[in-house]
Design a protein around this ligand. Sequence first.
Ligand code: SAH
Ligand code: SF4
Ligand code: F3S
Length: 455
Amino acid sequence: MSTNTKKLFIKTWGCQMNVYDSNRMADILRPLGYENTDTAVDADMVILNTCHIREKATDKVFSDLGRLRPLKEEKEAKGGKMLMAVAGCVAQAEGDFILERAPYVDMVFGPQVYHELPEMVLKASGDERVVNTEFPGDNKFDKLPEEQKNSGVSAFLSIQEGCDKFCTFCVVPYTRGSEYSRTVQEIIDEAKRLVDSGALEIIVLGQNVNAFHGVGPDGSIWGLAQLLRALNEIEGLERLRYTTSHPRDMDDDLIAAHGELKKLMPFLHLPVQSGSDKILKAMNRKHTRELYFDVIERIRKARSDITFSSDFIVGFPGESEEDFEQTLDMVRQVKFVSCYSFKFSARPGTPAANMQNIIRDDIATERLARLQGLLNEQQIAFNKKSVGLTLPVLFDRKGKREGQLVGRSPFSQSVFVEGNARLMNTIADVKITEGFENSLTGDICTTETMSSARS
Ligand code: SAH
Ligand code: SF4
Ligand code: F3S
């Protein structure tokens, strides 16, 4: 490390797209001498890459800023400098207001302009305070440096951004802007670089990833299925996933791809939000309960071992006990294997924030507990059913205990084993021994046990 190296601390909230963005910000700042560090203490730059999706997420940013302030003041009292930046969706939504509330912040910029970081850093270093919440006409991906460093054995790759769906509860169309897709060539080139640098799994990302419509090498518009087929051909790549999808954009071609593509993992996150048609309509989800069931059934026909996860919102304005029962009924029918569920949070500026028939918090809390109880039951049942199976596991993390490795099954379950460290960043067969609520444990299958199992 040269003496000119500056320390960069990035904290990331929210969805995987924010994780991808944080990695890319580090890529842009590296040529300016910034290297990642895992603590804000003594950092030369701190970036909070934020999420605006629910009120709680937003509040956390301001409490973190309050905690960081003394670190900055301490550093500056010693003659040093700590640039403090708020990036991501809170920055996009709150803009100037962040500087008013936290005057020690130097830079506020949204998700569409982080390719302009070098100019912004220059200005902020000269004691100018920067607020940049534009949606510039140019594509930030054209301006990002090529390499992605340290993206790991399981790598994220953003292929699509923004959303035109305007669900009435959601801030994403406002914070990320309208939908656009990267070109196919750009994506394939980036995927190949990721594989060359050690990725065995690529998770392609978009707020509405199955609305992808990128310009192909032949000039025609490619859908996600076509793109996945091209990615499936990359030698050395073992696993493909995509997230997050909208039920309405699961077209026939994409469903067929689940049956065809060996590398496409048998696990799909398909948010539904509610099982009641009345609530789906009020949410402007643009799909019915029936459409959701139909999509699930068609995907299962294409790939019989596929598993599903979903997102739910309870306590949406106007949700009656009967509406909520319809959500529970849907969960019982589909049998999800892992889900996220939230109490409705009224977000300023979204249509749902002004709706009548607000649900009392104690009722929403009680419904959330009931829903989560059911979801947990299903998740445990699925994990217990995995006991005795041999599953290929991609090991991407070390466990807390000495000698413990953690990886993912094809169904995205966390699998804990005792194993040699050389198995890190590889895929190995694991015989599952126990299933818990959030994880599995198992034994690595050595060649001997594999052959005896076969004989
Ligand atoms: N693009 C994805 C999800 C984006 S946000 C989709 O179309 O489904 C991730 C999840 O946060 C959503 O699926 C939803 O369940 C939840 N969410 C979004 N806005 C919310 C709000 N105002 N209150 C509670 N949960 C919300
Ligand atoms: Fe938000 Fe709906 Fe768009 Fe998903 S589809 S990002 S929930 S507006
Ligand atoms: Fe949050 Fe923005 Fe992602 S609001 S969920 S970080 S798109």
